[in-house]
Each structure stands twice: as C-alpha cells, then as structure tokens.
Design a protein around this ligand. Sequence first.
Ligand code: FAD
Ligand code: DHB
Length: 389
Amino acid sequence: MTHRTQVAIIGAGPAGLMLGHLLHRAGIDSVILETRSEAYVVERVRAGVLEQGTVDLMRESGLGERLDREGLRHEGLSIAFAGSRHRIDLSGLTGGRAITIYGQHEVVKDLIAARTAAGRPVHFNVERVVVDELASERPRVRYVQDDASHEILSDFIAGCDGSHGTCRSSMPAAHTQTFEHEYPFGWLGILAEAAPASDELIYSCHSRGFALFSMRSPTITRLYLQCAPDEDLSQWSDDRIWSELRVRLGTEDGWVPADGPILQKSVTGMRSVVTEPMRYGRLFLAGDAAHIVPPTGAKGLNLAMADVRRLASALVSFYVAADDTALNEYSGMALRRTWRAQRFSSWMTSALHRVEHASGFEHRRQLAELEYLVGSRAAMTSFAENYVG
Ligand code: FAD
Ligand code: DHB
C-alpha cells in the first residue's frame, strides 16, 4: 500500500513526536513510524531534567498544563565532594532561568496524547524500515506492518530514530563523518519509592566513584551510581545499592538519601557520538540519531528538543514562504549547539567520575577543579549558564 505525506518521521521518541506535533500545529502533514509498541515507548525510563528552553517549547506548543502542575522547578543544585555539599544558585546566576524535573516518559505521554487528539497516526510495531531515494525530491520509506508491505512517498524524511536507528546508517559513508568517544564508565540507575531527602539534585564526586541524587516526584527518588560500562546488575542487591549510595552521597552533616522499595534498575554505558552533517539530500537527522552525549550534563533530551524546534521552523519556512535558507542552515546550526553540549558534558564527566587505576593525582586534581568551581562566582556562572541551557 502506498501513502503520501509531507514529512515522514522515523521514530516516536521525544524528537519524532515533538516534530510531528510542531508540524501539525503549523498545518503540515506527517506520518510517524515506530518499531516498538506504544506501551514500551511510554514506559521507558530515561532522562528527567528539562532545560528552560524545553519547558518553553512545551508551553508554547500547548503542552504546558500537566508540566506546570506536576513538574518540579529547581532553581539550584549541589555539588558534593570531600564530605561537604556546595549549592550552585542556577537562577541567581542566570537571570532567573531554572531547570524542571519532569520525566522523559511524561513528555512522551503528553506528546502521544496530543497526536491522538489531533487524529494523526503514530504507527507502532512497524518492522523492516528502509529509507531511500534520499537525494531525490521524492524520498521513500518502506516498512512492514502486520505482515503487509507499505510505502510512504514524502517531501522530506526526518530521521528521529535514536542511536540504533536506520536513518544515520542510510546516509552514504562518503558524505558523512562520525566522531566518537567511549568513556570507561557506566551508570547504574534506580527509581525508588522514597520521598526525596533533598529538594534539589546532588552531583557527588567520591573516591569510590560518582553518584547522583535526583527525583521524579514528591514520592519517587531517582539515583545513579558510576559503575563499569558492562556492569552485571545481578551482582547488585538492593542492599548493596543503598549502602553504596549512602557512602557516595552522604555528607559530614549526616545527610543520606532516604531509601525505599526499588521500582526499576538499569545499567547504561556512556558515549559521545556526533555525525556530520546532520543532513543528506531530503533526509534530516535529529536527536540521538545524530548525536549522543554522556548523561552527566543532562543534555540528551534537551538537545533532541532543540534540534526539532529548529527543524520544524525550517520546514515551516519551506512550506509557507517557499524559502529553504533555514533548511540549508539546519545542520550547521544544530551541530554548533551539539558540540557546545559535548564540551560541557565531557568536562562534567571528567570532573566528577573516578578513573579506575588512576593515581591519587587524578582525584586531587578533581578536588581542586571542584573547589575552584564552587569558590568562584565566574566559574559558577559559566557552569549555571551551560547547565540551564
Ligand atoms: P530516542 O528516545 O532513542 O527515540 C528514538 C525512537 O526511534 C525510539 O522509540 C526507537 O524505538 C525508534 N526507532 C529506532 N529504530 C527505528 C526504526 N528503524 N524505525 C522506526 N523507529 C525506530 N539523557 C539525559 O539527559 N539524562 C539521562 O538520565 C538519560 N538516560 C538515558 C538512559 C538510556 C538507557 C538511554 C538510551 C538514554 C538516556 N538519555 C538520558 C538520553 C536521552 O534519553 C535521549 O537523548 C533522548 O531519548 C533522545 O530522544 P530521541 O527522540 O532523539 O531518541
Ligand atoms: C537525571 C539524569 C541526568 O543525566 C542528570 O544529569 C541529572 C538528572 C535524572 O534522571 O533525573
């Protein structure tokens, strides 16, 4: 069966769903294809920190209501090291900007609800997605759903299919370059039914390794521990996880995170990847399909949202004003922001994580770096500007 649309969107993560939403609001038709089930996409636990720009985008596009009701606005965060916690006043240092805690799966839920209300489809559970004719004015997507073959003819394809998707690898190798860096760390993340024992996030640099205290709601705590990239989760009983978290996050004033039943556990490796350019012919990449950042700076989801905001606006200029200037500038502009986020995320990763087999020199250097950060208004301002986005 052959379908026609203006923009074929591959992937129903935050990038693909937000792009479809913004295009719909501008009267531009799209079809979204997703290999996973709706339940899987909605329940996937990932990021939780929304930068001001992402919150603004949600509000401006009519998705602010639940976010404003349930999101937790944070005007500061703490960095812990050598037994003490040091607060960084994000809002005070950035003219009132802040971050908002609102789980990525809540963003995805809101976007799917808006898509459904608009009567526009997300095709879940599709298989064998192939994109081709990318250099022509009629790029084509083929896929299989319920054992039937389908074809979409569109003006553009948006590759929003994440780091393991098909779009990036469909760009001719001679036309693209991929820059990669593997970090020798992973994060063991848990979601726990426990009231957050602090109102704000705590990033901790400890001689036993990095730890992060975060939350999802007034009753749910989200915590991370630095581990090996291929850490075996079966070696981590709930008791072992809590005792390690207490050691790495606890401070001399006696503060430790409150514990409770663990609802979810996972291990994620850490990588930096950037593909240049983010476009080939009529295929545009956005979000994790084009770039991955280590999670330390909380940038992945926010970069994906910044990409699709820019891409949607460029497509609107193309359709409404017959002007392709912004489409031609998309890759260059998005890559500048991406490399800024890579710089900050890799700096934050190296400032806070323990390097296995490093001499005491490395940890002492980190402590000096962090002492400078929390002791200098200029350094804290630079940190706050980068963190809030
Ligand atoms: P994704 O969310 O990956 O969405 C891509 C979608 O495309 C997926 O639904 C996928 O199923 C679908 N897809 C793949 N292939 C195809 C295909 N061939 N056809 C159709 N659909 C396809 N960031 C943070 O800031 N903080 C965190 O704590 C954090 N934790 C993370 C934990 C994990 C396990 C992972 C993988 C990422 C994490 N990130 C985190 C990064 C953040 O979640 C991502 O940057 C964000 O999801 C990017 O959104 P996206 O829409 O570009 O990609
Ligand atoms: C969370 C994730 C991050 O990667 C981060 O830097 C801060 C918070 C979170 O899941 O809440």
